[in-house]
Design a protein around this ligand. Structure first.
Ligand code: SF4
Ligand code: SF4
Length: 350
């Protein structure tokens, strides 16, 4: 059975129908499943002499502004879709901005979702963050550029010199559409061509994110980047700066799919066997904080989706010293970040 298929606009009804017949795993159920993996991540770290994992910096302030998305991709770790309603309100965004203004260590405001641009306060957050002198990243799914009311989105992002990190699972249409929905590749290509026309991929930073479309780890980033650049330039005249390769994480919708296909243990063994200690220093949780749509704070977007721990605090009572002294919450999904060359919001780690 397909869990989710095509994803946008008029097909909301199809998604609703599918969601109604697909039980969603609670975070507690996900944690129970993850604990059944053959190896334990905290134990693996202890074997390497690391009883705890501590933050090293707070360079990046990542804000997940909500679960609303115009797509509903098979692998989505946020469980985002057009029928989700969770969205960060203006008051919470203002509290985030107050923290960003107060903490000079924060250099980057990394805005994610869902499709973050669909949050009604997205542009306010971008403009205010830029006014504070911060570098802003928009994690863009590309198809959102064609959503109603977003025709000026690209121009807005360019005017504010926002770095765009755009998802494109593969340059091949069949592989992208299989993961993200029928027609997504065509829209994504149009989106990239439009961004190129605004200077993205040249004077403005445009990076693509690749994630495997099967039960395997990514090929080396440099090699895939060459293939993406050559193929997208030759077929569509598209240019971009870097390709970031990330592993699929065994949580949320992807975990559900693994369990239903009885591939969970096979995939976890793949991650465990590819454990690479050289990734530990650069794990993204050691250099950032992640804020949920409701203002709760987490080590990373993955821990946020697992509500791990229940919260390390709330934006209401942000305490820089406590945040930097915290112990990062680890569980077996962390094997997804340490497999192979590692995996983070910025691609390979080691
Ligand atoms: S993977 Fe990205 S584009 Fe796809 S449903 Fe999730 S948030 Fe939306
Ligand atoms: S999932 Fe990755 S980034 Fe998050 S806490 Fe685990 S190792 Fe760190």
């Amino acid at each position: 059975m397909r869990l989710y298929s095509v994803t946008c606009g008029a097909e909301d009804r199809e998604i609703k129908k599918q969601e109604s017949i697909v039980p969603k795993l609670t975070t507690a159920e996900q944690m129970n499943q993850l604990e059944a993996a053959s190896h334990d991540f905290p134990t693996r770290l202890k074997e390497r002499g690391m009883a705890q994992l501590k933050p090293l910096s707070l360079k990046t302030f990542q804000i997940n502004v909500g679960k609303v998305c115009n797509q509903a991709c098979h692998h989505c770790h946020v469980d985002a879709s057009p029928i989700r309603t969770e969205s960060m309100d203006r008051a919470t965004i203002d509290k985030c901005l107050a923290v960003i203004a107060e903490v000079p260590d924060i250099e980057v405001v990394d805005i994610t979702g869902g499709a973050p641009e669909l949050n009604p306060h997205f542009r306010y957050l971008v403009e205010q963050s830029r006014a504070l002198g911060k570098h802003v990243i928009d994690r863009c799914n590309l198809t959102v550029l064609e959503e109603p009311g977003q025709s000026d989105l690209g121009v807005f992002l360019a005017r504010n010199q926002v770095e765009i990190i755009a998802s494109l699972p593969h340059f091949a249409q069949s592989r992208t559409d299989a993961q993200r929905g029928r027609g997504v590749h065509t829209k994504s290509i149009r989106g990239l061509q439009f961004l190129n026309s605004l200077g993205y991929g040249d004077r403005l930073p445009l990076h693509l994110v690749y994630n495997p479309t099967g039960l395997f780890l990514s090929a080396p980033q440099q090699q895939l980047e060459r293939e993406f650049k050559e193929s997208l330039a030759r077929r569509y005249g598209i240019s971009f700066h870097n390709l970031y390769c990330i592993n699929n994480m065994p949580i949320s919708r992807f975990l559900d799919a693994l369990l239903r296909s009885e591939k969970f243990h096979e995939f976890m063994d793949l991650l465990v066997n590819a454990f690479n200690p050289a990734t530990i220093e650069g794990l993204m949780c050691r250099h950032q904080i992640s804020v949920g749509y409701d203002g709760r704070l987490y080590d990373c977007d993955f821990n946020q989706m697992l509500e791990l721990p229940a919260a390390i605090g709330h934006i209401d009572d942000f305490n820089y010293t406590a945040i930097q002294r915290r112990e990062i919450a680890l569980a077996n999904h962390c094997f997804g970040c340490t497999a192979g060359a590692g995996s983070s919001c910025g691609g390979e780690i080691a």
